[in-house]
Design a protein around this ligand. Structure first.
Ligand code: AMP
Length: 277
């Protein structure tokens, strides 16, 4: 496994055998099974696998969140080596955003609600770094998790709008055995917070059960989610039921819907989602 921080080294390694098919898994590190599942899928579907580990400062609107973001590069590299990854990019912020950096990518409409509203500038940071990753690795396929459902929608839109020549593969959310969606941020939960955090999945599951029992009114389903979270005094940031592609809020669910939420447990902001219908 080759590990580089310089862009020129990544480019050279990627183009050493031009006919090889490359899969790319972008991450912010502190890897868990959710990330490794993306890596395995990329490993199965491509000749070579590249992974980036970069805590992208410009997608954090809250400096405390950035400062507390967990990191453990030696452990991450050991995990990736075991998965048979070929190439890892571990740049510094200065390498990604040199002094005179001034070009950003904004996907206009679908970046605005939900995470975009709660975290101003977040998706501008995500799309800018992902576009750079695509240009640097020039992968044939790139792998993302459904855990970040809006990110998936925004990146798909960017690829279409800017004609990036690659395929996007979306992998299902990997959960702990008690349902909690795996996240690097879970490491910041207290033992009690870790227990309370399972209520996010429970809340989404309750909404799905209600939907399966015939409830189609989005407000009612949101009420069920809120009530479940309130049982644990979990502070809700948003609860949303939208069209999964356009992210427009639905009143009545007729087809597939994306049920998503953001909430604070131990002051750690967690997100989760479920597709119903
Ligand atoms: P992150 O390191 O949090 O930026 O995540 C890197 C990639 O892994 C993103 O495409 C995430 O959507 C994906 N990911 C993170 N957690 C999970 C999970 N629990 N299941 C599936 N994919 C995930």
């Amino acid at each position: 496994m080759q590990v580089f921080s310089e862009i020129v080294d990544i480019r050279q390694a990627r183009w050493k055998e031009p006919s090889t098919r490359w899969g790319l898994v972008p991450t912010m590190g502190f890897l868990h099974e959710g990330h490794l599942n993306l890596v395995r899928r990329a490993r199965n579907e491509n000749d070579r696998v590249g992974v980036s580990i970069f805590v992208n400062p410009i997608q954090f609107n809250d400096t405390k969140d950035l400062d507390h973001y967990p990191r453990d590069l030696p452990r991450d590299l050991a995990l990736l080596e075991k998965e048979g990854v070929d190439l890892v990019w571990t740049p510094t912020p200065e390498q990604v955003y040199p002094e005179n950096f001034q070009t950003y990518i904004t996907v206009e409409k679908i970046s605005q609600p939900l995470e975009g509203k709660a975290r101003p500038g977040h998706f501008r940071g995500v799309t800018t770094v992902v576009a750079k990753l695509f240009n640097i690795f020039q992968p044939d396929r790139a792998y993302f998790g459904q855990k970040d459902a809006q990110q998936v929608a925004v990146i798909k839109q960017m690829i279409e709008d800017l004609n990036f020549n690659l395929e996007i593969i979306i992998c299902p959310t990997v959960r702990e055995s008690d349902g909690l969606a795996m996240s690097s941020r879970n490491a910041r939960l207290s033992p009690q917070g870790r227990v309370d955090a399972t209520w996010l999945y429970r809340a989404l599951s309750n909404a799905r059960t209600a939907f399966e029992q015939g409830i189609r009114d989005a407000q009612k389903l949101k009420g069920i989610i809120l009530k479940t979270l309130q049982e644990k005094n979990i502070r809700v940031d948003y609860i949303s039921i939208t069209n999964p592609v356009t992210l427009q809020e639905l009143e009545i669910i007729q087809q597939e819907a994306l049920v998503s939420l953001a909430a604070f447990v131990d002051e750690v902001r967690l997100i989760d989602n479920m597709i119903i219908g």
